[in-house]
Design a protein around this ligand. Structure first.
Ligand code: MCA
Ligand code: AMP
Length: 487
């Protein structure tokens, strides 16, 4: 049995703060009671969805379901129609957990709604006693984009969550004394698994900003926060603000640990933060399917430019084009990262074909990330195998799903999507469009709104470039590398 949150049953911790969102908080005792109440109401469900707004209700709903052994599908509350319909059809949740009074879109009309009470009535004096659950039992189903087709649901078993969080606790000396600060969304691994379940497994505290902002980070780190999590776009915005914000400089300088992940943090932002605050941001590397694979250790030398060594018990190897493991390492020996161990997912929901294709012989998961290994075993990510995967703001977005959405617009005849370097987002989504009527093409804003409404706002093109035709090879395949650079 995997007990994911031992501190919830610890009477000595009951009065200590567990979570807060934008100032509204719960102690461990209050969280245990509210989560137990959720568990009582959904016990026996095969799977439930959570309308994952950045709120106490989301955290209570997820913890309640995990204590009751019910797998959770977090839904992005900004999901567009098409994406939401796909996730619901694929995951078939028994009901949806939601904050009281929140209006849900039409796609959820037929899914019974269960409102999460963060302060249930006194009569409901249940205590958080977890239902015994097999370590291999699914805990979360998190939807993640591939190069083509609709997102796939990665099934994360309880043991993968426990192994990742215990590995990170070791790497970062992360304990019950830490107060974590972040403003990450709660429908991905970074914000939910690391950012909410992490502190709760350790007995520490989370102060979620509700929404990421420079002022919120400065305020919470000054008021006792010890660890900050963020994607590179957030650290870029902090780096930009530092010259004019002495309180932010003091806040970052006083933190125990600043952690960046989900995409590469550019050296320039590393250096600007280090120069202004004297603190080095540490990076960790992972993926929805593998959870966290490597992390720069808190007790080691600063390792700027690397994502650190593998977590305890996680196997990492680099392989060449033929799938053979690289034996010599060094700056020239670039190979694909493959991962093995207890942190891995158990497969894609309803997609045995995709699951089989994701693994090499011997149970090694193919990440598609290209890396080199430093002499001391630290991994340095140098690129990605698929050009059709875009990382924007730390979100992974498949070019294919945006192309399909654009083609649904009546004014679009052909579409190709690429990623272009962007100082703030890492990469920005560029749509190359051949209009049905080249004399009156759909406006950039209209196409952005169309993709936002269909998929999700973070998947919208930031730039649209119009062409008379897309460059294609003899087979008719679009030659993305032949698209004119910079418009
Ligand atoms: C703008 N908006 C629109 C439109 N234009 N809405 C609809 N239609 C439009 N045409 C709205 C957006 O919805 C949003 O509203 C607001 O305008 C601003 O959006 P945007 O410019 O897109 O982004 P931002 O607010 O500047 O966000 C930057 C961000 C965000 C905060 C860095 O990208 C972010 O939270 N990234 C985190 C990604 C992440 O957690 N990835 C983890 C996955 P509103 O504010 O109301 O929404 S990777 C992972 O899990 C692995 C394991 C790992 O390694 O971590
Ligand atoms: P996702 O599939 O959304 O979980 O995103 C996982 C991908 O994010 C990985 O395959 C990497 O390409 C990228 N990633 C995560 N952390 C880092 C990091 N610290 N440096 C570079 N890339 C990263």
């Amino acid at each position: 049995m995997t007990d994911l949150f031992p501190p919830l049953a610890d009477p000595d911790r009951a009065r200590r703060p567990a979570l807060s969102f934008g100032g509204q908080g719960l102690t461990y005792g209050e969280l245990a009671r509210a989560a137990a109440r959720v568990g009582e109401r959904i016990a026996g469900d095969e799977r439930i969805a959570v309308w994952a707004t950045p709120s106490l209700e989301t955290a209570v709903g997820v913890v309640g379901a995990l204590l009751a052994g019910v797998p959770v599908v977090p839904l992005n509350p900004s999901s567009g129609e098409k994406e939401l319909a796909h996730v619901l059809a694929d995951s078939a949740p028994r009901r949806v957990l939601v904050a009281p009074g929140v209006e849900l879109p039409a796609a959820l009309r037929d899914v019974p709604r269960c409102e999460v009470e963060v302060a249930p009535p006194a009569a409901a004096d249940a205590t958080a006693r977890p239902v015994p659950a097999d370590p291999e039992a699914p805990a979360l189903v998190i939807y993640t984009s591939g190069t083509t087709g609709a997102p796939k649901g990665a099934v994360l078993p309880r043991r993968a969550i426990a192994a990742t969080l215990d590995g990170l606790a070791d790497a970062w000396a992360w304990t019950a004394d830490d107060v974590l600060v972040h403003g990450l969304p709660l429908f991905h691994v970074h914000g939910l698994v690391l950012g909410v379940l992490g502190p709760l497994r350790l007995g520490g505290e989370l102060r979620h900003l509700g929404r990421f902002g420079v002022e919120g980070v400065a305020r919470e780190l000054t008021a006792g926060g010890t660890v900050l999590f963020g994607v590179p776009t957030m650290y870029h915005r902090l780096a930009q603000a530092l010259p004019d914000a002495p309180e932010l400089v003091r806040a970052l300088a006083g933190a125990r640990l600043l952690v960046s992940g989900s995409a590469a943090l550019p050296l320039r932002d590393h250096e600007r933060i280090a120069a202004a605050t004297g603190r080095r941001v540490v990076e960790r590397y992972g993926m929805t399917e593998t959870l966290i694979t490597t992390a720069v250790r808190a007790d080691g030398e600063p390792r700027t430019g690397t994502v650190g060594p593998p977590l305890a018990g996680v196997g990492v190897r680099l392989v060449d084009e033929s799938g053979a493991e690289l034996t010599a390492h060094g700056p020239e020996a670039v190979g694909e990262v493959q991962v093995r161990g207890a942190t891995l997912f158990s497969g894609y929901l309803n997609r045995p074909d995709a699951t089989a294709g994701a693994f090499a012989e011997g149970g090694w998961f193919r990440t598609g990330d290209m890396a080199v290994l430093d002499g001391d075993g630290c991994v340095r990510i140098v690129g990605r195998r698929a050009t059709d995967l875009i990382k924007s703001g730390g979100y992974k977005i498949g070019a294919g799903e945006i192309e399909n959405a654009l083609l649904e617009h009546p004014g679009v005849r052909e579409a190709a999507v690429t990623g272009e370097p962007d100082a703030d987002l890492g990469e920005r989504i560029v749509a190359w469009v051949v209009a049905v009527d080249p004399a009156a093409p759909p406006a950039e804003r209209e196409l952005a709104d169309h993709v936002s409404g269909w998929l999700a706002p973070h998947k919208r093109p930031r730039v649209v470039r119009y062409l008379p035709a897309l460059p294609r090879n003899d087979m008719g395949k679009v030659l993305k590398r032949a698209l004119p650079q910079g418009g």
